[in-house]
Design a protein around this ligand. Structure first.
Ligand SMILES: *Cc1c(COP(=O)(O)O)cnc(C)c1O
Length: 387
């Protein structure tokens, strides 16, 4: 081959070599999944790396709802919702979501990522201020950067730091937004939503919580705004249908005027094809299950607490439990050790988490057998934490 390497390929190859050197190069591993059991390289493993917290992606009622809608309405929506894609199933799903979150209205998006990339730039512009928790999900950062406004981060869950930043910067900006994960995706802890809501009120700022890992799991399944009994005053509750809801798509629950504005102006809503009817019908069925059976929605947290207690870790606050390792290659080794024992626990490395905090991230679901949770806890305690 005499073909000269293109500068584009040069660029990609050099970038990949650099990632390889830092143990940060990632590869796609073919994985088929049936509930919490997955198959990789011909091996059957029990997965603790899946966000299907209630197993609803495989629930018969959810699958039947999707299959019936698929048969009746076909596969794709065919257009954006403002054109001909506004299937009546959306009104039904949005009414369910608004009821669950206690808001006037709701709007669904193609995904959680698309929701944040659409919501934030609709509300916030270049003259405005955004404060983000430093550990906020990548799509909150992406949405914030699309605004061209002033984006500042406060130390993780540190309301006093957020307050200091507000005191210093609020006056110089027209509108202000505080955005945080409700349940942090890589740490499993909860945001102090009541304190952030009070701060937002004092400074006429708007609070957005990303409840991707809260809905279906904390607050009787209603999410992080409901986690400690009294409802936190969060005017913008967004989240995803792709985790505990078991399907795909994103949503925002808010007041009617905010939702009407989003439907008019959020570019990822206006210029993107509507969700498929089958996935919409599946989400409706999933929300019905959560609403009628809060005891089932409590199971992931119970399993997570069974694990943390037995492994000697701080008590879990959600279905997500981090086991901090430090260096990326050590985290990969710990993951391999568990894989040899029949568990799939993916190592999470930078840039998904800050440098030096590579970890195992365990996600507990309603369908994990207790005996296996205990075996995993014993392995983590004796072979990983005791090193
Ligand atoms: C997964 C996740 C998202 C993205 O949701 P998708 O529907 O998968 O695009 C957004 N925010 C947080 C905190 C997440 O964990």
């Amino acid at each position: 081959m005499t073909e000269k390497m293109h500068s584009l390929d040069d660029f990609a190859t050099a970038k990949l070599a650099d990632l390889e050197k830092k143990h940060l190069r990632r590869k796609l591993a073919d994985t088929t999944r049936e509930g919490v059991w997955v198959e990789r390289d011909g091996r059957r493993l029990l997965s603790f790396s899946c966000n299907d917290y209630l197993g609803l992606s495989h629930h018969p009622e959810v699958k039947n709802a999707a299959a019936a809608a698929l048969e009746r309405y076909g596969v794709g929506a065919g257009a954006s919702r403002l054109v001909t894609g506004n299937h009546p199933l959306f009104a039904e799903l949005e009414a369910r979501l608004a009821q669950m979150k206690g808001t006037e209205a709701a709007c669904v998006f193609g995904s959680g990522f698309l929701a944040n990339a659409g919501i934030i730039p609709t509300l916030i512009g270049s003259d405005d201020l955004i404060l983000l928790d430093e550990l906020a999900h990548a799509c909150l950062w992406a949405g914030a950067r699309l605004t061209r406004g002033t984006v500042l981060s406060f130390r993780h869950n540190d309301v006093r730091h957020a307050e200091a930043l507000m005191a210093e910067h609020r006056a110089g900006h027209a509108r202000a937004l505080i955005a945080t994960d409700g349940v942090f995706s890589m740490d499993g802890d909860l945001a102090p939503l009541h304190a952030l809501a009070a701060l937002a009120r004092r400074y006429d700022a708007w609070l957005l919580s990303d409840d991707a890992h809260g809905i279906g799991v904390v607050g009787n399944g209603r999410g992080s705004s409901f986690a400690d009994g009294a409802r936190a005053d969060v005017p913008l509750q967004m989240g995803t249908l792709s985790k505990a809801i078991g399907g795909y798509g994103g949503y925002l629950c808010a007041s009617q005027p905010v939702i009407d504005l989003i439907r008019n102006r959020a570019r990822t809503f206006v210029y993107s094809t509507a969700l498929p009817p089958a996935i919409t019908a599946a989400a409706i069925a999933a929300i019905d299950i959560i609403a009628r059976d809060p005891a089932y929605a409590a199971l992931p947290l119970q399993k997570a607490r069974l694990f943390t207690q037995r492994a000697g870790l701080p008590e879990a606050a959600s279905s997500i439990v981090p086991v901090l390792i430090g260096e990326a290659n050590a985290a990969v080794k710990a993951s391999r050790l568990l894989e040899a024992e029949g568990f799939l626990v993916v190592a999470i490395r930078p840039p998904t988490v800050p440098a030096g905090t590579a970890r195992l991230r365990l996600a507990f679901t309603a369908t994990h057998p207790d005996s296996e949770v205990e075996r995993l806890a014993d392995l983590v305690r004796t072979r990983i934490l005791a090193r």
